[in-house]
Design a protein around this ligand. Sequence first.
Ligand code: GLC
Length: 797
Amino acid sequence: MQYGSFDPAKREYVIDRPDTPAPWANYLGSPAYGAIISNNAGGYSFVKSGAAGRIIRYRFNEQDRPGRYVYLRDDESGDYWSASWQPVGKPLDQYKSICRHGTGYTHLEAEYKEVRSEVCYYVPHGADYEVWRVKIINNGKKARKISCFGFVEFTCESFYEQDQVNLQYTQFITRTYFKDQFILQTINENCLNAVNESRVDTRFFAVAGASVASYCGDKAKFLGNYRDYGNPVSVENGKLDGTLNYNLNPCGALHTAFNLEGGKSAEFVFLLGQKKEAVARELVTRYKDASIVEREIDELKKYWHAKLDNLKVSTPDDNFNNMINTWNSYQCFITFAWSRAASLIYCGQRNGYGYRDTVQDIQGIIHLDPDAALDKIKFMISGQVSHGGALPLVKYSHNPGHEDKPEDQSYRSGTGHPTYRADDALWLFPTVWKYVAETGNVALLDEVIPYADSGEDTLFNHLKKAIDFSLNHLGIHGLPAGLHADWNDCLRLGASGVSVFVAMQLYYAFEIMIRFAKHRKDAATEAQMTQLKTRFGKIIEERCWDMDRFVRGITESDVVVGKPGDPEASVWLNPQSWSVISGFADEARGKAVLDLVHKELNTKYGARLMAPPYRRHAFDGALALLFNPGTKENGAIFLQTQGWLVLAEALLGRGGRALEYYLESCPSAQNGIAETRLLEPYVYSQFTESIDSPFEGRSHVHWLTGTASTVMVGCVEGILGLRPDIDGLRLSPAVPASWKSFTMEKVFRGCKLNIKVDNPEGHESGCKKLTVNGTAAEGNYIPASMLKAENEVVLEM
Ligand code: GLC
């Protein structure tokens, strides 16, 4: 079943059936003010942090309620509905609606009994409040009397958890006031400063450009007892009763009424934010003139589209184009901004950046916004502890040079992270490499950046310290210990058990250090890293290979995990794909292990993380056993790993396989099976249930997932073959034989490249000829020095 489609020209996803199988969401705003909104206007907003800055309530895991509701009422008949299909939920044969999720805005159009409404929700660029632009149009001939009610359910206080669970306190610290055009909510209003954990805050919900006919600041009065958002008594009555809350639950509800002649319309805005009364007043004045809204929405589009324009592709596959040009890219920016904090699944409690998550997220946007990537790289480097390990969670309040760390009880209790993970700091290598290669900014390596706890060092030395950390944490057979986890949160291999995934990461890290050292003419480091690479290569060969596959790890009691013949978990995806990515496996071995993956792990929705899932034969540290078979780390199609598989196949030049894997798990390619997939067909989720589940194909944990960046890298570096290095750009597309030609527009170090790839003979990879502005280039490499402001590049495969 299909509920919508892509509008690539506008970079929108257009939902034309509102009864989607799950709330299909969008993100508005910036790290200063975040807002999540579903196609039915469900969702919530927060200032800076979903955990500590929550403004709107949302009931997770329920019916997508409440949200930013606009109710409409025919004052002659008393009939009422909402500008989003839910919460009132009129019959769909009478109520027509379209939701356009765009870059930084969501636009809802509806028509019911000849009244059309258009509500556009957005956070102005750089602002920390939100705007709901409302337009009501009488599409009939006869005059109509229409009431409109804006409603928002405030949290009692900004700390999400307190608001939810500490009712004996939070219900009694807040009240609302009516101030001409807005409801003002105060929290701890008698205090001048924060007291204990609580903070003094004021929020407002306003209408601008229309006058207030009635108001209400008390949720219970707005809804009425034993009623719901779908049938609020005050909307039914056509009037808000003027009750302001003093204790219990606050809300902002404002009513405005119009007589609309046939064909006429009314336009005004609702505004919401955490602002003092005087600022709220100023905003109401500013938004009286509705023309500001069009300008702001335009500005948002320009801002986002300019970023996304840094790579535009036109390939024979529209699913690929939809994702790479807009939605996968946009999702990468969202994970980059909000990590794993706030979605309709994550309730915001993770109050910081997971180290591995964010360092990987950066990779998804380097080619689109290298400056933003640079800031975040420096920030994450400052989350590395002076002994080289990385803080598992870098708090939003991170104060480099002064942070506590997993050795400290305060860090453990404050973050819930008991100790170091084996992989965290090793993600820095590919991320820093990709940034330096994209920009040529090698000077970054000499930049001095503080450590999280104390001291400072050049970025290059930070990287060396990351290697030291791994070398200081070796387990049996001299391989890197698995510690509390490697990439896989469900593998506790401990201080002496070892992780093959980390061994491959480390091997790759040596390679990247060799490239940097060569460029710096640092012969000592080059020799040291080369020697380490050889040493570890030998151990990997001896200990991590079994018959036809790379194993997954070795436990503290020397039991090999993931070997042929094991009754469960005998094949694991990551060590095979990473053997290629890390450069450890040569071409023949790489192809062989990926063939094994195709045979043993692939399904119609992608390759499983491992198989068979754990049921009876898990070792003590195999926490995946906790999950139902075919779910999450217990043998689901863990979508993040599909990106690595796509990349690995592409690195081997097998473009057909790369695209096959890509399409199996591509959201856009699942647009027609929404009832199976459930989640948004325009964003990646964390995992898809695999063949061991009775619900094969169902996907979970939308938006905030490492899938966005790994698939992006798999496509950009892998399938499209855009592989920059310090001195230029290598073009190595790996595409299916059926792609006879495609084009890419890429901005590279300030130069524009119009790239045309011709593949008349239907190859999957390779380069017969490359010309840059008519001049033949050597091999498939474009030295940066060859580039002008605008360049015509033609590659024949
Ligand atoms: C989740 C976590 C990520 C982890 C992965 C595998 O996606 O956010 O940090 O690497 O699971 O366990």
